[in-house]
Design a protein around this ligand. Structure first.
Ligand code: GTP
Ligand code: MG
Ligand code: ZN
Length: 314
């Protein structure tokens, strides 16, 4: 029997069968996927074959090939990675200028990772209602930066009295018939956005900590929810950062759109845009054609690469 994994809580997987039944399932034995050392061999969004048993549960016996998957390293020390979701059509990266603050490095690392998997990203700026005028100006500048790089941006707030302009309901259009991963730091409002979009759903949310201006990792497992307009939205645990993609050093340039565009004029084809003479990227940076923040993010990923963090993720 064929099904879709819609939730993963530790060793149990919730599988939705083609005829709409929901069956709690476990993995048969400990089958491992070749090439990925992951803490969860099966992930939300996976298509699997199951064999139901008499207790009303089932065994997952095999997993279909994945179109793509998004991973993150389980912890800094661990060499294992965790698959956040598989087979996604697009990702919404929820960003808050404050409460908590989302850094541009975090955004750029996410965008680079998504480029690597050819997953389109929409930047969803949330909590517009509580930003100061300075913060709103900063948000506008960020939006300008990313829209120039051809990333779609939406500004919303999930308060009951939100204006039409900032209504989260405008996301429905973008969600229709697609499988969308919702990602972003803990506390930015991912679960709150889903609750606003789906009145029948009430995911747990909690306030960000006053002391640290960060979320408390309220959502601990990914979960896939069906949308009335067709498609699914996936709530995920807040991520601290990526830095986990198996990106080759030479490839990194191509995951920063504007850096890639300028790099074709670099003197050396294997230019890392750090010290080489005749580097068109650094020239563009000097001329303010490339944003300082983007170049900083590029360097931070290059630095990870140098320390071999990427390989360790696998
Ligand atoms: N003022 C304001 N508060 C918001 C908004 N959206 C969410 N919040 C609040 O922000 C806090 C965190 O929201 P959550 O939905 O739990 O955040 P999350 O991204 O799911 O966090 P994790 O599950 O930990 O990753 C809650 O107290 C929400 O009520 C918003 O647009 N405006
Ligand atoms: Mg949550
Ligand atoms: Zn260069």
């Amino acid at each position: 029997m064929h099904g879709l994994v819609i939730k993963n809580t530790g060793s149990w997987y919730t599988v939705k069968t083609d005829d709409g039944r929901i069956i709690d399932s476990k993995i048969k034995g400990n089958f491992r996927l070749k090439g990925i050392r992951s803490t969860n061999p099966v992930a939300v969004g996976d298509h699997v074959e199951i064999i139901p048993n008499q207790e009303g549960t089932a065994l997952i016996t095999s997993i279909n090939d994945r179109k793509n998957y998004i991973i993150r390293k389980s912890s800094n020390l661990s060499k294992q990675s965790h698959i956040i979701a598989a087979n996604i059509d697009q990702a919404f990266l929820v960003v808050t200028v404050n409460y908590p603050e989302t850094s541009t490095t975090f955004i750029d690392r996410f965008l680079a990772g998504a480029e690597a998997y050819s997953v389109p990203v929409v930047l969803v700026f949330n909590k517009c209602d509580i930003l100061s005028s300075d913060e709103l100006r900063y948000q506008k500048a960020m939006r300008f930066l990313y829209e120039n790089l051809k990333y779609e941006c939406v500004e919303i707030s999930c308060t009951p009295d939100t204006s039409k302009e900032h209504s989260p309901q405008q996301l429905h259009n973008l969600l229709k018939n697609k499988i969308t991963l919702l990602s972003g730091n803990s506390g930015v409002g991912k679960s709150t956005i889903i609750n606003a979009l789906l009145p029948d759903v009430s995911l747990r949310t909690s306030e960000i900590s006053d002391a640290h201006n960060t979320g408390t990792h309220t959502t601990t497992f990914s979960e896939m929810l069906a949308l009335p307009e067709g498609g699914y939205i996936i709530d995920t645990p807040g991520i601290k950062g990526f830095g986990t993609f198996d990106i080759e050093r030479e490839e990194l340039t191509s995951y920063f759109r504007e850096i890639f565009a300028y790099s074709s004029n670099c003197k050396f084809s294997n230019c890392t845009h750090t010290h080489e003479p005749g580097c068109a990227v650094r020239r563009a940076l000097d001329e303010h054609l490339i944003a300082e923040s983007r170049y900083t993010s590029y360097l931070s990923m290059l630095d990870d690469k140098e320390q071999n963090k990427y390989r360790e993720a696998f």
